[in-house]
Design a binder for this molecule. Structure first.
Ligand code: URA
Length: 265
């Protein structure tokens, strides 16, 4: 079971287990004259004729990416408060990630805080609880924040993507672009003094760059969203630090720089 959970399989399809090893192999298919076709084109045409038309399943996207981006832009623009933005995102049907996720993970913490922290996307624990950064990486993040006197009362925490990608895979560029208007509006509405971009995916999306996090981390930049300009710092993701603890030293340098800025604001 642990092996399956690690591999991202976290739902059961049947109530009782099925022993696939005890099943009989399927009988060999005997070619009938109607199945004998001459060219690959004929073969495909034949298959298309016989195949029932696929019925869209719940897991398939319902609108083309371009239309979905237009819709998320319009919805985000109309939201004038965080509650309205949350409702707009909850009503949005243009991102296929929503179809497999259990929750909309909107945010946690204090929207009045000077610091807004933005991660990549919810994982399994975040999806279950509907809150960002509550799993193992979240626990390390809390410790990192505590080291510079920050916590969920004086920080606001969210993600670029509000729905868990299945199996915790990296969100696709299309999914990211569909969700971009929401996170940009989210930043505008919170209007923080500083943004901490947690991990490469968050930094690349918000900074619109393809540079890697090792190049970006620790260097202050400015995010320009419509008329808003906000100082932002990219840093290493706690999930990465759990795998590469020797790099905690670099994250600590970033945190000290953040602390200095917050104290001078
Ligand atoms: N990783 C993220 O980037 N965000 C979360 O909320 C949890 C893990």
């Amino acid at each position: 079971m642990e092996w399956y959970v690690e591999a991202g399989v976290d739902i059961l399809l049947e109530d009782t287990p099925v022993d696939r090893f005890s099943e009989q192999p399927p009988a060999p298919r005997i070619k009938t004259p109607s199945m004998q076709v001459n060219s690959p084109q004929e073969h495909l045409a034949k298959r298309a004729e016989n195949k029932p038309r696929p019925v869209p399943t719940k897991a398939q996207a319902v609108m083309p990416d371009g239309a979905a981006i237009e819709m998320s832009k319009n919805l985000a623009l109309k939201a004038n408060t965080l509650e309205e933005l949350k409702q707009a995102m909850a009503s949005f049907e243009g991102c296929n990630l929503k179809r497999t996720a259990k929750s909309l993970v909107f945010a946690d913490g204090n929207p009045q805080a000077k610091l807004m922290l933005i991660g990549e996307a919810p994982g399994r624990d975040e999806d279950l609880h509907g809150l960002p950064f509550v799993g193992r990486a979240g626990q390390l993040l809390d410790k990192m924040l505590a080291a510079i006197d920050l916590n969920r009362e004086n920080t606001y925490i969210t993600n670029v993507i509000p729905w868990r990608p299945p199996g915790n895979r990296t969100p696709t560029p299309q999914e990211t672009e569909i969700c971009r208007p929401f996170i940009e509006r989210h930043i505008e509405l919170v209007n923080p003094d500083y943004v901490l971009m947690v991990g490469g995916s968050s930094a690349k999306t918000l900074m619109k760059t393809t540079d890697g996090i090792m190049k970006l981390r620790g260097k202050w930049t400015e995010l320009r969203i419509k008329s808003l300009t906000v100082k932002a710092l990219p840093t290493l993701h706690p999930a990465y630090l759990l795998r590469q603890p020797t790099h905690k030293r670099l994250a600590w340098q970033d945190l000290l720089s953040l602390k200095q800025h917050l104290n001078s604001a």
